[in-house]
Design a protein around this ligand. Structure first.
Ligand SMILES: C[S@@+](CC[C@H](N)C(=O)[O-])C[C@H]1O[C@@H](n2cnc3c(N)ncnc32)[C@H](O)[C@@H]1O
Length: 382
């Protein structure tokens, strides 16, 4: 694989060029909703290098972060979806792309009647580091000796802590359109962790990207041209979904899988997909006698915490799982049974073997249970 520096340089050069010239088929063409394109200048649309439309999954009023915002198209669409009450932040590391997006920012806002977009300079695998502030520091104190390089590192560490480009737990949705594959494979795990860090609890990532159906051979990974062309750095389908799971996301699903490959190289199919993943399954859990029933159609399912739910079975779950399953994307698949007598948080017990225990009817039906079950002689219930 090329060095990290080589990958960075080849991606930077390719997209500086792509910001200035229209490059055909740099990524796969996408049909965006026409009503949102009316206010977007032609120059922005001509520099569309996306492979999906994650803005479709954004809601009014949300705060949205777009990773690798390029000419700004997804931000300009998302701005209209979230409306005046929402906010949109685009992050890109390329000065030429940022200049192109910023050039049209005011005109789009004026046409909409509100301004809710910002474009910030940063690397998406290091979303705490504000590269414009670092540029300013390095312009004032150029690096000409080892001491200066060490001082710049300290400055960057300090910047991340005191003035993060994107703060912890600040975003409702993180979207991205055809950018994750451009990040060095050695930094992909960090990239997933950064997406997780900046999302609010209960927030979600909706990421469109190119994936492969087989592992990419080393010779292909070593080709810088294929790196900047959205091929060499593509994750496999499994690796893409697995990246979210390993980082601690839940409810991960393919919301779009393009049947037709975008390109086929050496028999390997590269296609566009869109994945949705949620943050917020971490935290304390206790037993408050709550029960869920998995409705099917599968015989059983396994959630991201390892809880196995059998179709039609009254499953004892913790208060955390009970709350989580009532939200998207799970709620349609379950019935929710509260205990007959509510158990307060104060009286909740530790839960044992969640995901393996059936909730006995006595815990939810209490006295009605005796009335409906057959009792043996002498009053002892069977
Ligand atoms: C294929 S283009 C996609 C642009 C845009 N999302 C769209 O839909 O047209 C990739 C963009 O990601 C940016 N990019 C690539 N790697 C990046 C990184 N590590 N951090 C920030 N931006 C990056 C490039 O500068 C370029 O603007």
């Amino acid at each position: 694989m090329p060095s990290s520096l080589d990958i960075k340089n080849v991606v930077r050069e390719r997209y500086s060029h792509a910001a200035q010239t229209r490059v055909e088929a740099l990524c796969c063409p996408v049909e965006y909703e026409r009503r949102y394109l009316k206010v977007i200048p032609a120059e922005v649309l001509e520099h569309d290098y996306g492979c999906g439309d994650p803005s479709k999954y954004v809601q009014p009023g949300e705060t949205v972060l777009d990773l690798g915002s390029g000419s700004g198209k997804i931000c300009f669409i998302a701005s209209q979806v979230v409306g005046q009450a929402g906010r949109v932040i685009g992050v890109d590391m390329n000065d030429d792309m940022l200049a192109l997006a910023r050039k049209h920012q005011r005109a789009v806002g004026d046409a909409l009647g509100y301004h809710n977009i910002e474009f910030r300079k940063g690397r998406i695998q290091d979303l705490a580091l504000d590269l414009e502030r670092l540029d300013a520091e390095l312009a004032a104190r150029p690096i000409d000796r080892a001491d200066a390089s060490l001082a710049a590192e300290t400055f960057a560490t300090d910047l991340r802590a005191r003035h993060p480009l994107v703060a912890d737990n600040s975003m409702d949705v993180v979207v991205s359109n055809c950018v994750l594959n451009l990040v060095d494979s050695r930094e992909k795990a960090r990239l997933f962790r950064e997406i997780f860090r900046v999302l609010k609890n209960g927030g979600r990532a909706v990421i469109s990207d190119i994936v492969s159906d087989q592992e990419i051979p080393e010779a292909m990974q070593n080709d810088p041209e294929l790196w900047s062309g959205c091929i060499a750095g593509a994750l496999t389908e499994e690796g893409f979904l697995g990246g979210f799971a390993e980082t601690g996301f839940y409810g991960i699903r393919l919301v779009k899988w393009n049947a037709a490959p975008w390109r086929t190289l050496q028999g390997i199919e590269f296609r566009a997909v869109t994945v949705e993943a949620f943050k917020g399954r971490q935290g304390e859990c206790s037993d408050r006698n709550q029960t869920v029933i998995y409705k099917g159609p599968f015989k059983e399912v396994l959630d991201d915490d390892g809880h196995r739910m059998e179709r039609g079975r009254r499953q004892a779950v913790s208060d955390r799982t009970f709350a989580l399953l009532q939200k998207a994307p799970y709620r349609e698949s379950f019935e929710f049974v509260e205990p007959r007598t509510a158990v307060s948080a104060k009286d909740a017990r530790p839960i044992d073997s969640e995901g393996a225990r059936q909730r006995h009817l006595t815990e939810t039906k209490a006295e009605h249970y005796n009335a409906t079950s057959q009792c043996c002689e002498g009053g002892n219930c069977c």
